[in-house]
Design a protein around this ligand. Sequence first.
Ligand code: GDP
Length: 361
Amino acid sequence: PEEPGAPNQNEDNLRSPICCIMGHVDTGKTKLLDCIRGTNVQEGEAGGITQQIGATYFPAENIRERTKELKADAKLKVPGLLVIDTPGHESFTNLRSRGSGLCDIAILVVDIMHGLEPQTIESLNLLKMRNTEFIVALNKVDRLYGWKVCKNAPIVKAMKQQSKDVQFEYNTRLTQIVTQFKEQGINTELYYKNKEMGKDTFSIVPTSAISGEGIPDMLLLLVQWTQKTMIERLTYSNVVQCTVLEVKVVEGHGTTIDVVLVNGVLHEGDQIVVCGMQGPIVTTIRALLTPHPMKELRVKGTYLHHKEIKAAQGIKITAQGFEHAIAGTSLYVVGPDDDVEDIKEAAMEDMKSVMSRIDKS
Ligand code: GDP
């Protein structure tokens, strides 16, 4: 990562970091996602949070509001945070590896009562392999015996309210887990003691996905960490970078692809190339779709149509010929100066890497 503040970096032109949630089954990945989406989403008053295709978008304003008790006085430079909704698919190793590939940062969830488990280590290996930055959410702190609930409180404040016994159990478990990480070759430290953000030591944030303690800390850390260590990576670029997450048949739309647009802009009518089982698929974007905002969820089965969409976003694309598209590959846009043949070749290169990943898993 570049030194923050180096020349040629335009902090006014950043895209949202993309974050995925990984970890062992039952550690609380789904619950954490529900918790950060908050109840206001269900109430239709989403605080700017929007449900996207395969992802949830949190605008910076929402994060600022929810972290104000931390008095971090954080200058939020990124427009928001895009969190990929894959926890439900976590039985697919392949999807997990894809998920971690397109993410700028990951939340590795560990159950404080269980410590590192087999899929924690598997996730850790994927993150190491791809050099993906991550933070550890040490979840279920409310299960420490005698925990006093401090709803949605910053973790230091919540911890001060706890009895000596609770604090002792917490410290013991934390120390054990730090040791377990060390055995995997990973240095970790409580986030507020880890001043060397992103420099060999990964941060731990204790959380409860049920009562919300530590959630403000987690949100702030994600944003601060990404904007401190990844300014260059997050600088918006016109070069389209886009990953196919899923290939799905949708009534009335035929076979569609769900993508995460990591960088650049997609337009209705763009000529695109995606990798297909029977060779490259060259087609034209018929529609760019996103779900309706929360309060309009009653309008079933319909989507919002967009003329163009700018990164970072989760989008459903309709076009002809997606029947044999392969999830996990990149989508390419054919520009006016591009040779379609070169792009077809590039698209098919992805096939090899996807296949080798399937072979390994
Ligand atoms: P996933 O498999 O990692 O997505 O885990 P889930 O989010 O489905 O959670 C597994 C179980 O743990 C569910 O019964 C949750 O209600 C529970 N759970 C998740 N997070 C917490 C937490 O912070 N505290 C407590 N007490 N239970 C939790």
